[in-house]
Design a protein around this ligand. Structure first.
Ligand code: GLP
Length: 255
């Protein structure tokens, strides 16, 4: 795991945006895995401002609420349109987000996995993290081998996301999410986290045991996982000085 610690959320997002921009520039046909939530907002702003060529880029989003359509203001379809897709020259046919209104969830999830495979797999996957360590919507105790499927949100996640809906009761109970196995299959993962509210989840993910109780800890098994953190999210890491030391003393060719 590579741990990058920056002074504030904007600087962490800038670093992450730099990695995404580099990927898009070096491979104009890259397949990107995208995430929602408040954390990636400054990253998407940076990417829009960078005026990159998205015409041959393919994207797969991590998750979507069920029971709400793409036009619902709190759907992840709307989120992505508003914060990224409407501002760049992406081909709509290359955008993939789970279908929250499907009448055949199992078939739809299977097809989502197939589409990822047919696109050649995901080159770079963006992740946020929930305060309980969830990635995508893989709540604690999700199978570490799980694939795209329906999940039931915990009360805690519904409370955390209530700010977008008005109240926890209005947050859909069920979601469709890529699995942890799906995420582990991606070629590179970039987890972006900021704020003190994420510090316990990050400490568990990076330094705790690999456990379904903290789904992000599964990333310890990923060959190329980068955690881009601000100081607050990194504040409970026991080896924080070591991570900074490693980052500041990289071989020149790796900088
Ligand atoms: C939701 C999303 C996750 C995201 C998490 C944290 O649960 N499904 O992908 O990481 O929220 O969101 P925020 O960045 O707003 O804290």
């Amino acid at each position: 795991m590579e741990i990058i610690i920056q002074p504030d959320p904007e600087a962490a997002a800038k670093k992450a945006a730099h990695i995404f921009a580099q990927t898009i520039r070096s491979n104009p046909k890259a397949v990107l895995g995208l995430a929602t939530g408040s954390t990636p907002l400054p990253l998407y702003r940076e990417l829009v401002a960078a005026k990159l060529d998205w015409s041959a880029i393919t994207t797969f989003n991590l998750d979507e609420y069920t029971g709400i359509g793409p036009g619902h203001p709190q759907s992840y379809h709307s989120f992505m349109r508003e914060h990224l897709f409407q501002h760049v020259n992406i081909d709509p046919a290359r955008i993939h987000i789970p279908d929250g209104l499907t009448l055949d969830t199992e078939a739809s999830c299977r097809q989502y996995e197939e589409k990822i495979r047919n696109a050649g797999g995901i080159d770079l996957q963006l992740l946020g993290i929930g305060s309980d360590g969830h990635i995508g919507f893989n709540e604690p105790t999700s199978s570490l081998a799980s694939r795209t499927r329906i999940k039931t949100l915990t009360e805690r996640t519904r409370r955390d996301n209530a700010r977008f809906f008005g109240s926890a009761q209005e947050v859909p109970l069920h979601v469709i999410t890529m699995g942890i196995g799906t995420i582990l299959d991606t070629r590179r993962v970039l987890l972006l986290a900021s704020g003190e509210g994420k510090a316990d989840a990050i400490a568990g993910a990076v330094e705790g045991p690999i456990t379904a109780m903290n789904p992000a800890s599964a990333l310890q098994l990923h060959e190329r996982a980068v955690f881009c953190l601000d100081e607050a999210a990194a504040s409970k890491l026991q080896r924080i000085d070591y991570y900074k030391w490693v980052y500041n003393n990289k071989p020149t060719w790796q900088q």
